[in-house]
Ligand binder design. Sequence first.
Ligand SMILES: O=c1nc[nH]c2c1ncn2[C@H]1C[C@H](O)[C@@H](COP(=O)(O)OP(=O)(O)OP(=O)(O)O)O1
Ligand SMILES: [Mg+2]
Length: 207
Amino acid sequence: MNTEEPKRILIATKNPGKAKDFSLLFEPKGYQVMTLLDYPEIEDVEETGYTFEANARKKAETIANRLHMTVLADDSGICIDALDGQPGVVSARFAGADKSDAANNAKVLSMLGALDNPSRKAHFHCTLVLAHPERESLVVEGDIEGEIAKFPQGENGFGYDPLFFIPSLNKTMAELTGLEKNTISHRAMALKNLEKVWTEWLEKEVE
Ligand SMILES: O=c1nc[nH]c2c1ncn2[C@H]1C[C@H](O)[C@@H](COP(=O)(O)OP(=O)(O)OP(=O)(O)O)O1
Ligand SMILES: [Mg+2]
């Protein structure tokens, strides 16, 4: 037996941007990240829930039951104060079912542009659910505060990163390196919270 083999964790996502974030987050912990991009035969889990938790639970538990293994899922999005928390749970399909990041960003800018001097405060939210067919799921959350930029800036990251300005760094999330983003992001904060509770749970189940 080769004890140098990395441990593996399956993330129930088809989003390549999240897959990259999770690789950066888990590799330092000695895990190799697998995602649904490695399982093209698995059909999409429909995100019918009204909350991040409901959708993360549905993704994690459906795939855990289907593959009979431990699975982590992420449901996340951006919540904008002046838009009463929109796009929120529908962030991925805010501008339509084809899930275009550029169209989503443009829609946010146009909605804010239609308001008179709106607050630009926003936060990213991430709910993570760790599921196994024979266990109660673990649920944790993380957030990061920021502001919506006047126009997209930066080439890194994915989704709403080019619009998410972090005043303390004077940069958008898309101007950060992957490692910088994954030190401060909502996803990084949620994973920190998961680590506080997963030790017993995960060490037993993931090989
Ligand atoms: O770090 C982030 N940086 C920028 N944008 C982000 C981030 N995290 C979530 N977001 C946006 C992207 C997408 O518009 C939505 C997630 O939607 P969400 O349903 O959780 O993911 P998804 O459908 O893209 O992939 P999947 O469900 O297969 O995990 O929020
Ligand atoms: Mg989704």
